[in-house]
Design a protein around this ligand. Structure first.
Ligand code: CP
Length: 341
């Protein structure tokens, strides 16, 4: 069974359609999700990321774009990729970086989110990168923080920089750099996935033919969610992994989020792996050159087989590497500065 949501996407402009010469103003103070970004702005981020890749290829990958700016990274949830790549990105731009893990801060003494945000601002923070287990927490922070808030992942809701680095990685590998008409599959625990929720916006804006696939208990609610804001974009929902993977150009497996999993959603991890795990046999249904992606961290042997994760079609480490350039790009754009030559 599959459900097509929204009309054909032919009328939706692709981020690839924006002429290189078109001037685009950056008008956002915060990056809370990708849903408020126009296709022009997505294209600007992609082109700024290209410029940051050039910076990263230099013998000394450091520019003074954010010299004198104070960036605070405040994470209430565990992270390796997002936290470290934001820190590396900010340091590459010469920002002054402070890291705060909620688990070793006054949060454990009962300090509220609002008090913590006011405190870090009083300590000089001008840009605040934040991860929180509660959906919407960065929006609350943005209401009271006088600088820029960048969402590093909030609850089930959004992970904008992950979606941007995923888009960048796909475009980099696609012939002609375009996703228009390409079949992109997101497979697995959609229900708990902020990565999927942000990717839906960027991938459909780029003209991809997007398929969401997983067991019925882990894909429910997406028809209603998609109909709220993604009209006119190509978007399908299916519980059939064979239907989803057939002739796919990109397959992104999602982590089974055991820490957010309520009882009864899956019979067992073993059964999930048997029915929905991305194995070599299943990947053979996709196009021979299909990209294999995963936002990480992975449960290898559950949602993705180790030989697929490390196989020749995998671009999972490219996703991680591209995360630095993408985060440099968004920090730079939000700071309103220029990349020096
Ligand atoms: N993809 C991602 O958000 O990974 P981390 O939890 O390691 O940051």
């Amino acid at each position: 069974m599959s459900t097509a949501i929204g009309p054909d996407a032919a009328a939706v402009p692709s981020v690839d359609d924006v002429p290189e010469s078109q001037p685009i103003a950056w008008r956002h103070r915060h990056l809370l999700d990708v849903d408020r970004l126009s296709t022009d702005e997505l294209d600007l981020i992609m082109r700024t990321t290209d410029a940051m890749r050039e910076v990263l290829a230099r013998p000394i990958a450091k520019v003074p774009a954010l010299r004198g700016r104070a960036v605070t990274i405040l994470f209430y949830e565990a992270s390796t990729r997002t936290r470290v790549s934001f820190e590396v990105a900010a340091k590459n731009l010469s920002a002054d970086v402070v890291n705060i893990a909620a688990s070793t801060s006054s949060v454990v003494k009962g300090e509220s989110l609002i008090d913590t945000v006011r405190t870090v601002e009083a300590l000089g923070a001008q840009m605040l990168v934040m991860r929180h287990s509660s959906s919407g927490a960065p929006y609350l922070a943005a209401d009271i923080f006088s600088g820029s808030v960048l969402n590093g992942g909030d609850g089930w809701h959004a992970h904008p920089t992950q979606a941007l680095l995923d888009l960048y990685t796909m475009r980099e590998r696609m012939p002609g750099g375009s996703l228009a008409g390409r079949k992109v599959v997101i497979l697995g625990d959609l229900l708990h996935s902020r990565v999927a929720r942000s990717n839906i916006w960027t991938l459909t804006a780029a003209g991809a033919d997007l398929w969401l696939c997983g067991p019925a208990t882990l894909v429910r609610g997406f028809e209603a969610w998609a109909n709220r804001g993604a009209a006119g974009r190509r978007f399908h929902l299916t519980t059939s992994v064979d239907e989803a993977l057939r002739d796919a150009d990109v397959v992104m497996a999602l982590r089974i989020q055991r820490e957010r999993m309520a009882g009864g959603l899956l019979p067992s991890m073993r059964e999930y792996a048997a029915r929905y795990g991305l194995t070599r046999e299943r990947l053979a249904l996709a196009r021979p050159d299909a990209l294999v992606m995963h936002p990480g961290p992975m449960n290898e042997g559950v949602e993705i087989a180790p030989d697929v994760a490390a196989g020749p079609q995998s671009v999972i480490t490219d996703q991680v590497t591209n995360g630095v350039a993408v985060r440099m790009a968004v920090l730079y754009l939000l700071a309103g500065t220029r990349v020096p030559s």
